[in-house]
Design a protein around this ligand. Sequence first.
Ligand SMILES: Cc1ncc(C[n+]2csc(CCOP(=O)(O)OP(=O)(O)O)c2C)c(N)n1
Ligand SMILES: [Mg+2]
Length: 821
Amino acid sequence: MRHIPPGVGLYNCLHIGTNAYFCPMENTQEAQEHSLDNLSFEKFRQEVLQDYRWVCISREASLLGRKEVLTGKAKFGIFGDGKEVAQVAMTKFFQPGDFRSGYYRDQTFMFASGLATIEQFFAQLYANPDKEQEPFSAGRQMNAHFATKMVDESGEWLDLINRKNVSADIAPTAGQMPRGLGLAFASKCFRHVKELKELSHLSNKGNEVCFVTIGDASTSEGHFWETINAAGVIQVPMAVFVWDDGYGISVPKKYQTTKASISEALKGMQKEEGTNGFNIYNVKGWDYAGLCEAFEEGIRLARETHTPALFHVEEITQPQGHSTSGSHERYKDGERLDWEKAWDGMMKMREWVLANALASEEELDSIENESKDHVRENKVKAWEAYLKPLKNGVGKAVDLINDAALKNTAGAKELNDLSKELSSLREPLRRDVMRILNASLNIIGNSDASFWLRDYYNDLKKEGKSLYNTHLYNEGEKSALKIAEVKPFYADDVQTVNGFEVLNQYFDQLFASNPKVFAFGEDLGYIGDVNQGFSGLQAKHGAERIFDTGIRELTIMGQGIGLAMRGLRPIAEIQYLDYLLYGLQPLSDDVATLHYRTAGQQSCPMIVRTRGHRLEGIWHSGSPMGVVINALRGMHICVPRNMVQAVGMYNTLLRSNDPGIVVECLNGYRLKEKLPSNLLDYTVSFGVPEVVKEGSDVTIVTYGSTLRIVLDAVQILEKQKISCEVVDVQTLLPFDINHKILESLKKTNRIVFIDEDVPGGAAAYMFQKVMEEQGGYRHLDVAPRTITAKAHRPPYGSDGDYFTKPNAEQIEEVIKEMMSE
Ligand SMILES: Cc1ncc(C[n+]2csc(CCOP(=O)(O)OP(=O)(O)O)c2C)c(N)n1
Ligand SMILES: [Mg+2]
C-alpha cells in the first residue's frame, strides 16, 4: 500500500501518461531534463487553473442545485460538493476509449471530462424528458446519474475507442461494481483474443481502463467485496476510487468498515512481487498534487499491466450533507462540522495555488466569480428550455378550453374556472394539463365542441407514451422481435443424439464462426459445464473464450454486462436456476433497465444461460419463474422445451441487441433429439407459441420441462376420449404476441395453465395475459384453471417431487373435472 504524503510542494511539467506527471520544482536539474521552460510552466499553470475553474463551477452547481430543490423547482437533488478536487485529478488520466462505472457523486468528473454541461446537469435535475436537453437519460433518471451514447439508432456500436465512455449509473449502492469489473474485463479479452483485433473501433489492444467510483459506506456491500476479489484474481484494468467522506448518509464508517478504513481492511489484497492482487494507494481528498501523483501511477500500471488499482481517497468533506432530503447537522457534531470547513478541498486547492505562486488572489477571485456567473446563466437556460414545451402545452389547452366554454353555455363557468386554474400554475407539469383537459371533457361530454379538445388530449397521451414508455427493449432492426423465423432443417440421414450433444455441436460451430462470443461460469471451462454442453470446447477454442470462474454469480453477471456493453457477445452461465437469485440484482437493476434508462443509447445484449426445474430437492429443482418474469422486464425469458429449441433461441438472441435468459430443462440433456443440419441458422420467433399437439376439448398452456408431464397426462386423457390441445409458450417474455392461445381457446372453450412455479407465479401471469389482455374470458364454457406446484419448495426424493409439483394424475383429474362441468 502506498501512502502519498500530502503537501508534496510545487509540481510542474505535464506529461500525461508518462512517469513524470509532476516533477518537483526544487530539483531544477531534473526539471530541466524534462524540458522545463517558460512555455511548459505556463501550460502547467493554465491546466491547474482550469482544474480550479472546474472545481469552482462544480461547487456552484451543487449550491444552486440544492436551492432549486428547496424552492420546489426540482424534486430531489444529490450533489458532488466536497469531491471536486479528487475528481479533477482523476479526469486527467481518463482517456478516450476508457470507461467509467460510477455513482451519483461524479458531476465534477463529468464536467471536467467534457461529458456534461451545466445546462444538461440542470436539465436532469428538472427531469426534462427532451433527449437533446438531457442527454444522459432523457428525464428518466434522478440527477447526477450519467451516461454517454454507445450505440447508434440502428443498434450499431459507435467508435468507443475515440470516446470517453460512461456506463449508465444506477441508484443501488455498489451496483456499479459488477458492471465495472466486466467493462475492465473486456479490455483483457480484447488484448488476448487475437480474432478480436479487427474490432479496432471497440478497443485499442485492451489498453482501456475502467474507472469505478464508490462511496466509503457502499464498500460495506457484498458487491464491493466480491468484485474486488474477482478483479484481484483475474487481473483487469480497473481503477477503483473510494470517495471517503466518513459517512453513508448518517451512519459513520466505524459502523461500516473493519478498522474504519477500507484500505486497512484490504491490506491482504495488495499485489506483491509474483502475486496477483491490487495496487492500493492512500491519498487525501484535498491534496491536488498528491492525488495526481497517485492516480498517474496506479492508472498507468492498470493500463499497461492490467493490475487493478484501488485509491482510498480520505478526508473528503460534504459541505451540504448527503442530499436535499436532510441536513447533516442532525448527525454530525460541531467538531466534525468545523473540521469539514477547515479541510474543504476547494479552499485547500486555492491555498495550494497561492502558496506555489501559480496565480494571484485577484486571478482566483475572478475565476470564482466567472464560475458563479457561468452556472447561474446555464441554470436559467436549462429552466427556460424545460418550461417552454410545458408552457406551450398549457397555452394550447387553455385556448381550447376557453373556446369550448364559448360554445357550451351550460358548462361555461366550470370550464372557465378550469382554464384559470391551469393558467395560474407557476410550474405546470404535463399531468396537470392532462387532468384539466380530462375534467373539461367530462363537462363538455361527447358533443362536437369537444372534438379539438379530445384530439389534443389524445395527442398528449401519445406524446407521454413516447417520452416515458419507450425503449424497454430495442425497437429498431436489433429488436429480437424482428428476427425472422428460420425453421430447423433435418437431412434425410438425420442423426439422433442426446440433448447435450445438440448444444455441444452448436457451441462448437458458434465459437468457430463468431469471435465475439464468450462463455464462462462455474465449471464451464475445463470440464465443459456440469451437463457437458461445452465439453471439449475450451481445448478447441481457447481458455480466453471458454473459461471457469469463481463461485460468484453476481460478478459472473457483471462480467457479462461489461462484455456486452462493449460490443461483445457473452454467454454468462448461472449453474442452476435456483442460484440465479445471487445474480439477480445486476440483471434486474442494471441489465433490464439499461436500454430504458438511457432512452436507447446503451445496449447490453448479454445471454444468461442456466438450467432448472428438474433435479430433486429444495434446491436444484426450483422454478421461480414468477420472480424472473417480474424482476426482468427488459430481458427476454426463454423456456425451451428441449435443446433444439434452446439453440434456436440462442440464435435469435445473438442476432438482436436485447438481453435474454435461456432456462434449459435439467432433465433434457440425455433425452434423444434429432440434430438439425442448420444449427447456426435456424431461429425461434420470440412471443410465438407452438401448438405441439392439436386437440378440440381443452387447451393446455405450458412450457419447458413441465411439457413432458403434460404430454404424459394427455396420452391417458386421449384414451378416455378427451382431446387436448397442448401449447408450448416458448418465451414468457414476450408472451404470445399474436394471440395464438386465444385461437386455440376459441376452438376448445376450456383452458388450463400449468407450470412448476408457486401458485400465483408464472401460471397466474399466463392466465392474466390470456384472460385479460387477449379477452379470453369471452370464450369460456367452464372456469379456467391453473395447476402449479405447492407453495413450498420440493422436498428431496422422487416422491417429494411427485407430491409437490404437478403430476400426470393431477392434471388428468383436473381436466376430467373441467369436462364434466
Ligand atoms: C442498495 C441500496 N441501499 C440503500 C440505498 C440508499 N442510499 C443511498 S446513498 C446511501 C449512502 C451511501 O454512502 P456512501 O457510499 O458513503 O456514499 P456517499 O453518499 O457518502 O458519497 C444510501 C444508504 C441505496 N441507494 N441502495
Ligand atoms: Mg460516504
